[in-house]
Each structure stands twice: as structure tokens, then as C-alpha cells.
Design a protein around this ligand. Structure first.
Ligand SMILES: O=C(O)[C@@H](CO)OP(=O)(O)O
Length: 324
């Protein structure tokens, strides 16, 4: 029988499949799968084998009452046109460079095998471009669609009237709370020239300290108040429900979220640097976050969510009995 073929008889349903087969509708998280075909729905718990997961495989036994696991992927946007020119950017809405576009596509390849249920981006184009370009590489082949709920009209105008099409899409939520921290009067200034003018120490304090805001701008602490509050109120409940989430955002909004995830102190977070376009993978389990993947290199912070080989999701179940 071909992988993914669905065989039914009057009293028996046999399912054999592999996750890259699309013979029937499948919704899968990190540890469960919902098969939807005409007349019946089957929930299956499964074993997912991802060779890049450094320690244990993500395992859920069908008969065990285990807690939910889900994936959280954080991506700092690819190189922007002001990153390239070494300008303080903050809230200024600057697009990606060609290199940034390539980084976003590479990020997409690295996460192409990790199922994604929802995407969150900031309201800024560099994060949105990154998320969308990354998703062009995804094996799930679902379409990321921005949810416009800024007004009643916007909601109405963007409605989708096909359940099947909805199933084939990934909702993308944009949130200003995930924006880069406001750099105030530094926005548009060259970073090197700012060091010459204000001194290395002062500029480092503005850029990396937890609680010293740049002139008229937000400190990391202020940025964290909105970014982490949004994360706790909106993203964490999705993870608790077993949904796999991608967050495409910015150096400092992500630093503040990582500080929360990894319980870093205000001193530890000063050393946290994020590269453009490198995805970071966390597994949410038992209410905590575990870093996964392999380090990209000695200078790279965090984890490298590169799944070279498509994780082999295999299952074989037989259900006996009548179904409608
Ligand atoms: O300019 C900015 O908005 C940020 C991120 O690019 O810079 P920094 O790394 O100095 O916080």
C-alpha cells in the first residue's frame, strides 16, 4: 500500500501514512494529528523523530496522559536597508536588503520541517517580509494570510468563505507590541558616528542595558513591558493549546522575550545578541521552554533550528467499529 493511502471497509479503517503525504486532510502539532475525511475524524497521538533535536525525541504515547508539547520559533528579521547602512532603526519601517531576503529564505529552509499553526509578526515590514519569505520554503505548503482585524470593515472584507481554503492557510497576526524598541532621537543616526559623539560606553549602555533608555526612546525594560505582556496574553495560550508558533520580530523585542523564556537577569541580557535571520527553536512543555537544535557556531547565540531531513512522522493505526 502506498504511503498515505487510506483504506476503508465497512467495519475497519486502516490508516498508514507519512506526514509529507497530502492524500487526506491533516492537522498536526508536535505530538498529535487530526485526520479529517468524509464522515469521520480521528485524533492520533504519534512519535515524531527529528534528527536535529539534540536530546530526547518528542514522544507522546497514545495511551499515556502526557502534557502538551508545542514548538515556538523566534526569528529576528533578515538584514534591513538600515542594518546595511549601520543606522539606528527602532520604529522606522525599513524593508529588507537583497541579503536580508536571502537570509529570510534560508531561515525558512531551516524551519521547513517544523509544523506551523500560527505566525505572529510585528507591524513593521522587515519582520513581515521575513515571515512571508520564510514560509515560501515550508513543506506544509499552507498559505500564510494576514488577519486584518483593525476595524469591523477590515474583518468583513477579508473573510474567507471556504472551510477547505481556511484549512490550507496559516493565520498571521501582526502586533505593534512586537515592534523594535523605539530608539528615540537615535533613529536614523549612524552607529559609529554616535559612538564618536557620545562615547563607546554611553552608546553601549543605550543599546544593550536593561533599564537605560536612549534619548526620547524606550529602554529594553520598557520594550519588554509591551512585548512580554503580548507574548503572555496572546502567544503563550496558543502554545498551551498545542499550537506551533512562529514569531518574526526584532533584535530588542526578541531579546526581551528571550529574557522572559530563559529567565535571564538584567545583567545576563546585556550580553544577548541576535543575528539577523537565524531561527531559534524552543519546545514548550510543562509550562516551561526548552531550547532545541544545535548551535550555529561559537559566536552565535542560542539554537539553530535547521532540520536538514524531514522529520519522519510515521503512524499505523487500525480502528474497528462503525462510523457515520
Ligand atoms: O537599530 C536598531 O533598531 C537595532 C536593531 O537593528 O539596533 P541595536 O542592535 O543597536 O539595538
Amino acid at each position: 500500500m502506498a504511503a498515505g493511502a487510506l483504506h476503508r471497509s465497512i467495519r475497519t479503517i486502516q490508516l498508514h501514512g507519512c506526514s509529507n503525504d497530502s492524500a487526506y486532510t491533516m492537522e498536526y502539532g508536535s505530538s498529535s494529528l487530526k485526520l479529517i475525511s468524509k464522515g469521520f475524524t480521528v485524533d492520533v497521538k504519534f512519535l515524531i523523530i527529528d534528527p536535529t533535536l539534540s536530546t530526547s525525541h518528542v514522544t507522546t504515547n497514545f495511551n499515556q496522559n502526557t502534557s502538551i508539547e508545542s514548538s515556538l520559533i523566534l526569528i529576528r528579521h533578515g538584514e534591513s536597508m538600515w542594518n546595511e547602512r549601520n543606522l539606528f532603526t527602532g520604529s522606522v519601517d525599513v524593508p529588507l536588503t537583497k541579503r536580508g531576503i536571502e537570509e529570510a529564505i534560508e531561515a525558512g529552509k531551516r524551519i521547513s520541517s517544523i509544523p506551523v499553526n500560527m505566525i505572529y509578526t510585528s507591524a513593521l515590514i522587515r519582520a513581515q517580509m521575513t515571515a512571508m519569505l520564510a514560509m515560501t520554503q515550508h513543506r506544509q505548503k499552507k498559505i500564510p494570510i494576514i488577519m486584518h482585524d483593525e476595524s469591523i470593515q477590515a474583518k468583513e472584507w477579508t473573510q474567507i468563505f471556504s472551510e477547505e481554503t481556511i484549512q490550507q492557510s496559516i493565520p498571521v497576526i501582526t502586533a505593534w507590541q512586537l515592534n523594535e524598541r523605539i530608539y528615540g532621537k537615535l533613529q536614523g543616526l549612524n552607529k559609529e558616528e554616535t559612538v564618536v559623539r557620545y562615547g563607546k560606553e554611553k552608546v553601549h549602555e543605550w543599546r544593550r542595558s536593561f533599564d537605560s533608555p536612549p534619548p526620547n526612546g524606550e529602554s529594553l525594560e520598557m520594550c519588554s513591558q509591551r512585548a512580554v505582556a503580548f507574548f503572555k496574553e496572546n502567544i503563550e495560550p496558543q502554545l498551551q493549546n498545542g499550537r506551533n508558533i512562529v514569531v518574526a520580530a526584532h533584535g530588542n523585542s526578541l531579546r526581551s522575550i528571550i529574557m522572559y523564556l530563559e529567565k535571564l537577569t538584567s545583567q545576563e541580557v546585556t550580553n544577548l545578541e541576535l543575528s539577523t535571520g537565524v531561527p531559534l527553536l524552543y519546545i514548550y512543555k510543562h509550562g516551561g521552554f526548552l531550547k532545541r537544535g544545535s548551535p550555529v557556531g561559537p559566536t552565535e547565540y542560542g539554537v539553530y533550528a535547521y532540520t536538514r531531513i524531514f522529520p519522519c512522522l510515521s503512524f499505523s493505526i487500525t480502528i474497528k467499529g462503525k462510523y457515520d
